[in-house]
Design a protein around this ligand. Structure first.
Ligand SMILES: C[S@@+](CC[C@H](N)C(=O)[O-])C[C@H]1O[C@@H](n2cnc3c(N)ncnc32)[C@H](O)[C@@H]1O
Length: 277
């Protein structure tokens, strides 16, 4: 019987390692989560115990295992047009304003999971352009990043099963933006895909090579991070935004006490944060 137990000291060491490398903070007594997420790697790497998986993953030389362990510890829950209001606000209010920019709009979906967020942004842009042909000159480009290599693979394939498709997509959007495949999945159409570039990026690392953005979506990821990491990420977002740029966080997330660089804009429903200058 493979040994899936983890001593308290090992668990604490692993928590620290995970926080340093991904920002994700594991609470007390979450050994069960580590067990369920990492046990499959015992067989894959032919290691006799969970303790060995954890120990090896913390060695800098074990790059592949380390990446897979961090990947397995991420929570990838997502859906199409999540919470609706950010996308409605984009289509109804922000895109008409940004149409006057006279250059392509630049959006960053930071921590994009399996792609539902950036592809929902792309669909919102295409719907706006269909309603008002000729507006949004130069169109828009969306950079979508995540720490997880397995999620980025999923994003790039653009293929979703009926379970994923059933979460937040109308029949009309399925018809318009997806092609059916032979095995009852659907793939994102090329005109939607063309608007999105995917790239591996860890929010704890530098953002300088990513460029500048008009809008950043970073939703439902900072909840897993400690306040100091959140504050640093928010500082970097402010630096990565153009003047008056906009930041959307998750519906339950807030910047209170973490940064002074944004004004909160209430839009009922929902809020967004606008860079001060
Ligand atoms: C719960 S999903 C949120 C997806 C999407 N933004 C949404 O709101 O539906 C969180 C994502 O954050 C990613 N993530 C976790 N830590 C990260 C880090 N340090 N850098 C970049 N992405 C990270 C995970 O891989 C996961 O895909």
């Amino acid at each position: 019987m493979p040994n899936k137990s983890l001593a308290e000291a090992e668990y604490n060491q692993f928590r620290l390692f995970l926080e340093q490398h991904s920002g994700i903070v594991l609470g007390d007594n979450k050994q069960y989560l580590v067990r369920s997420r990492l046990a499959p790697l015992m067989g894959k790497y032919n290691l006799p115990s969970l303790s060995e998986v954890v120990k090896h993953s913390m060695k800098p030389t074990e790059r592949q295992l380390r990446a897979e362990v961090i990947d397995a510890m991420t929570t990838n829950e997502t859906l199409w047009f999540r919470d609706r209001y950010p996308f409605e606000l984009l289509g109804n209010t922000l895109l008409p304003e940004y149409s006057r920019l006279g250059r392509p709009l630049k959006i960053w979906s930071a921590a994009c999971s399996s792609g539902q967020e950036p592809y929902s942004l792309a669909m919102t842009i295409l719907e706006y352009q269909q309603k008002r042909p000729g507006t949004l000159p130069g169109s828009a480009s969306i950079l979508a990043t995540d720490l997880s290599p397995s999620m980025l693979e999923k994003c790039k394939s653009g293929e979703y099963d009926s379970l994923a498709l059933g979460r937040g997509l109308s029949e009309e959007r399925k018809r318009q933006f997806f092609d059916a495949t032979a095995n009852s999945t659907m793939t994102i159409k090329p005109n939607v895909k063309r608007l999105v570039n995917f790239r591996a990026h860890n929010l704890l690392e530098s953002y300088t090579l990513l460029g500048k953005f008009d809008i950043i979506f970073c939703r439902n990821v900072l909840i897993y991070f400690a306040p100091e990491a959140k504050a640093k990420i928010l500082r970097q977002f402010a630096a990565a935004l153009n003047p008056k740029g906009i930041l959307f966080l998750g519906a339950s997330e807030s910047i209170a006490g973490l940064t002074e660089e944004f004004d909160m804009v209430r839009c009922n429903p929902g809020i967004y944060y606008q860079k001060r200058n």
